[in-house]
Design a protein around this ligand. Structure first.
Ligand code: KIV
Length: 268
C-alpha cells in the first residue's frame, strides 16, 4: 500500500475520499514556505489568488494577473517535492471562454503546477470540461467565491436560504460531472457542506464550510498569525508569528543603532 510519505498524485485524492482519510491543504506563494510545508508533509499546496491580499497588498483577488500567478507558481514549485501543487486561475483568465482558459491553465502547468483551480459552478462546467480534456487536472471552487465579491455584495456566507442551497448543490454536482477531481467548498453552512460531501464522489476541501468536508484548506498567513487586516470566523491561528518577527526586527534595529551589530564575529 502507498504510504502518505510518497509523492502525492491526483489518484490519492480519490483514494483518501474512499478511505475517509482527511486531506490537508495550505496555501504558499514562494519557495521557502512551500519547502517547509512540503517537508512537514501537507498533502497539497495551493498557490492561491489570495496572493493578491496577503502578498501584493491588493484589496481583493480581482487585480491578480496571470503573470503574478505564473511567477509565484514557479517559485512554490521549486520548493515542492511531495505535495500535489495546485495553482489558482486568476480573474479573467478563464471567464472569457474555454480556449483562453486552456491556454492559461497550460501556462500554470508549464510553471510547475500539477493542477489548476477555478471558481464557479454550472457557469464554468464547459470550461472545466475543456481543460480536463487537455489532461490538466481541475479543482472546482463553489460557495463563497472571492472573484464574485461584487456580485455577492461582499464576502458573505452563501447557501443560507433553501433556494440557494439547491443552487450550490447543483453547482457542486456540475463541477464533478465536468471532470473536476476535487471541489473547494468555501463559506457555506456546515450542514450543507456535509450534504454536498456525501453527494459527491470526488473529495471536498472546506474553508469556512465546517468539519464534514473531506479535507481542509487555510491561507498560510491566517493560520500562522501573520495577516491581521481581518480575521474571518473560520480561521484558527495555529501560530502567532507576527510577534516574534516584530521582536527580531526591533532587536536588529536596536543593535545597529547602538553599534552592537555587526560584531567582530560577523566581520572579515
Ligand atoms: O486563493 C485562495 O487562497 C483560495 C483558498 C482560500 C481556497 O482560493
Amino acid at each position: 500500500m502507498k504510504k502518505r510519505t510518497d509523492k502525492v498524485t491526483i489518484l490519492d485524492f480519490a483514494r483518501w475520499k474512499e478511505k475517509g482519510e482527511k486531506i490537508v491543504m495550505i496555501t504558499a506563494y514562494d519557495v521557502l514556505f512551500a519547502r517547509i510545508f512540503d517537508e512537514v508533509g501537507v498533502d497539497s499546496i495551493l498557490v492561491g489568488d489570495s496572493l493578491g491580499q496577503v502578498v501584493l497588498g491588493l484589496p481583493n483577488t480581482l487585480g491578480v494577473t496571470m503573470e503574478d500567478m505564473v511567477r509565484h507558481t514557479g517559485a512554490a514549485a521549486r520548493g515542492t517535492k511531495r505535495a500535489f501543487l495546485i495553482a489558482d486561475m486568476p480573474f479573467l483568465s478563464y471567464q472569457p471562454g474555454p480556449e483562453e482558459a486552456i491556454r492559461n491553465a497550460g501556462r500554470l502547468i508549464q510553471a510547475g503546477a500539477e493542477g489548476v483551480k477555478l471558481e464557479g459552478g454550472r457557469n464554468v462546467e464547459n470550461t472545466i470540461r475543456a481543460i480536463v480534456r487537455c489532461d490538466i487536472p481541475v479543482m472546482g471552487h463553489v460557495g463563497l467565491t472571492p472573484q464574485s465579491v461584487h456580485r455577492m455584495g461582499g464576502y458573505r456566507v452563501q447557501g443560507k436560504e433553501e433556494a440557494q442551497r439547491q443552487q450550490l448543490r447543483d453547482d457542486a454536482r456540475a463541477v464533478e460531472e465536468a471532470g473536476a477531481f476535487a471541489v473547494v467548498l468555501e463559506g457555506m453552512p456546515a450542514d450543507l457542506a456535509g450534504e454536498i460531501t456525501e453527494e459527491l464522489t470526488v473529495p471536498t476541501i472546506g474553508i469556512g464550510a465546517g468539519p464534514r468536508c473531506d479535507g481542509q484548506v487555510l491561507v498560510m498567513h491566517d493560520l500562522l498569525g501573520l495577516f491581521e487586516e481581518f480575521r474571518p470566523k473560520f480561521v484558527k491561528r495555529f501560530g502567532e508569528l507576527k510577534r516574534p518577527v516584530r521582536d527580531a526586527i526591533r532587536a536588529y534595529a536596536d543593535e545597529v543603532r547602538r553599534g552592537k551589530f555587526p560584531g567582530r564575529e560577523h566581520s572579515f
